[in-house]
Design a protein around this ligand. Structure first.
Ligand code: NAD
Length: 480
């Protein structure tokens, strides 16, 4: 399969273009050959989105935008297996998880279709101000224009739709720059929107690297907003170079999960196996630090190791596989190095810690300290640390001792303690009796500190992808 950028409905995949391969991270088979976008394509994509915003999207009624989104959701549901197989092949995500991603994505588009018809404004009580008599003032929410959507490899469908679906619901156009590691899903998604009746040029797709097309997209003067999901390093750069554009940044974390001594240990252990190891830990809210109150530490750790050892490692296309590869060998080597560094400084590998090519076995660490990379930085790998604590105050301190603050999990039967801790945790979101890794697509989602700026979750992304416009009328009124 050979794919290129799609601009105004036409694919740019001429033979003489520079190319790049997408390979299956498990077996290194070629998934696609990419024909890369040039600076000219980037300019064309932005200019086309800019003019199609003014000629088409800005004037398209809400019911039409909603219908297109609804059709796209129905098509995605029909094509679920094809999309799941594509994600599985290019990202190496186990097939069951890939199907789950598609199912969530259908819901994301449906939420956007419903909300497209409900973008409301407000009437201002003008006479509350002295001199405001005989004036009518109201606020409309209007689309921004061109949204630049830059997305990561780990949820190539769902995280792309968390930008594209609200952008379309609100009446924007989108220049879509997916991760170069997983662009085939993105390509199929743009084709699906074409099939759903979206006019050409409302989404323009750029297949290329972060440096070649991501950077100039961020600085382009005709782009009104950048919505980025990815690493802290790139997010920081975008924040520095985006100028006057609105920016949403969904970045990384080292999510804590806290187990108090009254927690249901068996349930927490079972959920935290998924929480730490789903998609080999390559999830931004993956459970990375598990703090366990001292009196249940040994029982939890023993159960947790036992359940982790039962995970099946193998080909992500196999229905039974729980743990597939990491995205590439470089990522697996880096993660293994972090384990070795921690061990050198006194940490213990309780289980796992072995690398075979791109596959890193699910790894539980203990005896760690806050300076080790596996604690202080985002591991983004199947590595989790189990750490004992004594008091509530102490564990809140440990959890907040991080540059990140995305989501946390708290396990306890004591509702007062749960709420006290939830309020003290410096996070964008806190789950009680649920793992940090759980995300529903309709709640506000986004981090504090260096985990990001702004919120997604369809309704909240629509707010960020519109702006308020005030219209005031001075009325002529006869005095009766
Ligand atoms: P990445 O930052 O390497 O790449 C993300 C995207 O940015 C890609 O499309 C890439 O091509 C592009 N890019 C790279 N350099 C760029 C530049 N200089 N200018 C503009 N664009 C550029 O991230 P990744 O490895 O694909 O994804 C993993 C990261 O994403 C992790 O840190 C993870 O925590 C984060 N993430 C966050 C969330 C969230 O919602 N908070 C969700 C998923 C992933």
């Amino acid at each position: 399969m050979q794919i290129g950028s799609i601009i105004e409905g036409k694919e740019r995949n001429e033979e003489n273009r520079e190319s790049m391969l997408v390979v299956n991270p498990y077996n290194q088979e070629t998934v696609a050959e990419l024909k890369l976008a040039t600076k000219q394509d980037l300019d064309d994509a932005v200019n086309s989105c800019f003019s199609i915003f003014h000629s088409t999207m800005k004037v398209m009624p809400a019911h039409e935008r909603a219908d297109i989104l609804k059709t796209a959701a129905d098509l995605l549901e029909e094509q679920k297996e094809d999309f799941a197989l594509t994600i599985c092949k290019e990202a190496g995500k186990p097939i069951t998880g890939s199907r789950g991603e598609v199912e969530r994505s259908v819901q994301v588009i449906r939420f956007a279709a419903e909300l497209a018809k409900n973008i409301t404004g407000e009437v201002i009580p003008m006479d509350a101000a002295i001199g405001g008599e005989n004036k009518l003032g109201f606020v409309k929410r209007i689309p921004l224009g061109v949204v630049g959507a830059i997305t990561p490899f780990n949820f190539p469908l769902n995280l792309s739709l968390h930008k594209i679906a609200p952008a379309l619901a609100a009446g924007n156009t989108v220049v879509f720059k997916p991760a170069e590691k997983t662009p085939v899903t993105a390509y199929k998604l743009v084709k699906l929107f074409q099939e759903a009746g979206l006019p050409d040029g409302v989404i323009n797709l750029l297949i290329g690297t972060g440096i070649d097309v991501g950077e100039p997209l961020v600085t382009h003067e005709k782009v009104h907003k950048i919505s980025f999901t990815g690493s802290l390093a790139v997010g920081r750069k975008i924040r520095e170079t985006a100028g006057f554009k609105k920016v949403t940044l969904e970045l990384g974390s080292n999510s804590p999960n806290i187990l108090f001594n009254d927690a249901n240990i068996e349930y927490a252990a079972k959920e935290l196996v998924k929480g730490a190891f789903a998609f080999s830990g390559q999830v931004c809210i993956s459970a990375q630090r598990i703090y366990v109150q001292k009196d249940i530490y040994d029982t939890f750790l023993e159960d947790y190791i036992k359940q982790t050892k039962s995970l099946k490692i193998g080909d992500p296309a196999d229905e039974q596989t729980n743990i597939g590869p990491m995205i590439n060998e470089e990522a697996a080597k880096r993660a293994k190095q972090w384990i070795d560094d921690a061990v050198e400084h006194g940490a213990k590998v309780e289980t796992g810690g072995e690398r075979n090519g791109t596959v890193l076995s699910p790894t539980i660490m203990s005896n760690v300290d806050e300076n080790m990379k596996i604690i202080a930085e985002e591991v983004f790998a199947p590595i989790v640390s189990v750490i004992p604590f004594e008091t509530e105050e102490e564990v809140v301190g440990y959890s907040n001792d991080s540059i990140y603050g995305l989501q946390a999990g708290v396990f306890t039967k004591d509702i007062n303690r749960a709420l006290r801790v939830a309020e003290k945790l410096e996070m964008g979101g806190v789950w009680i009796n649920e793992i940090s890794t759980y995300r529903q697509d309709n709640h506000p989602y986004g981090g504090v500190k260096q985990s990001g700026i702004g919120k997604e979750g369809v309704k909240y992304a629509i707010e960020d992808m519109t702006e308020m416009k005030f219209i005031g009328i001075k009325l002529e009124r006869e005095i009766m």
